[in-house]
Design a protein around this ligand. Structure first.
Ligand SMILES: [Fe+2]
Ligand SMILES: [Fe+2]
Length: 138
């Protein structure tokens, strides 16, 4: 479930590498949750992943801006919605301590969102660049 699926590649090497890294980090977070690692370790992995996701969104939005991608506003809204979901989940998670069912729900949400968003919205960026004949940034 957390393994990178080559079918999710959007043929923009820089972005594909970031997506692979996001999956790796989500897998690490999930493994920590399932093996019952300490709340501190789980929280650190989560903080690392959310920071990385913010940097990735910023890089992707920069690329869309530079390419004059027409669906940038709705795409950026999806990123914002993801950020909002994470920030609403975290206080809930902290108040419930290290409830393993909640942590698993967080981990399930992460991977479902990544698959869905990369497979549709991010893929559309790759298709747009290809259709325009713009070489992808490396
Ligand atoms: Fe995106
Ligand atoms: Fe992305």
């Amino acid at each position: 479930m957390f393994a990178w699926d080559p079918a999710l590649a959007i043929d923009i090497p820089e972005i594909d590498a970031q997506h692979r890294a996001l999956f790796d980090q989500a897998a690490r977070f999930d493994a920590a949750v399932r093996s019952g690692q300490s709340a501190r370790e789980v929280a650190e992995l989560f903080a690392f992943l959310s920071r990385y996701a913010q940097e990735h969104f910023a890089a992707e939005e920069r690329l869309m801006l530079e390419a004059g991608y027409p669906r940038l506003p709705s795409h950026a809204l999806e990123h914002a919605e993801f950020r909002r979901r994470l920030t609403t989940l975290v206080p809930h998670w902290e108040s419930e301590g290290d409830s393993s069912s909640l942590l698993m729900a967080v981990s399930g949400f992460l991977v479902r969102w990544l698959r869905e968003h990369i497979g549709t919205s991010d893929r559309a960026i790759g298709a747009y660049l290809r259709a325009r004949g713009t070489p992808p940034p490396t």
